[in-house]
Design a protein around this ligand. Sequence first.
Ligand SMILES: [Zn+2]
Length: 107
Amino acid sequence: MDERTERIGRNEDLFRKVNDQIEGVNEAFGTITGTMSILCECGTLECIEQIDLTVDEYRELRTEPTRFAVRPGHEIPDVERIVERHERYFVVKKAEGEPARLAEDLA
Ligand SMILES: [Zn+2]
């Protein structure tokens, strides 16, 4: 696997783990509105943008280890493709082969 693919993959996984923590905290306190703010899960380490989505949308996203939520325009077409377009975020799915395998291994 080339270094760039790995760096992107590891970065997305890092944000996934942070967002899982956010979801856990959310759950512990019991949400009133049913929405939560997560960090953009794109492959850019410097990105600190947030995405608001419902808890259900988040859980749906996490049912597949190769899916990540990113701000529109933050997708990286050679390692992932857009599978859902929401108003505030896109769901990307890691490309078959090494990018997908890495996302599964790290999950
Ligand atoms: Zn981003």
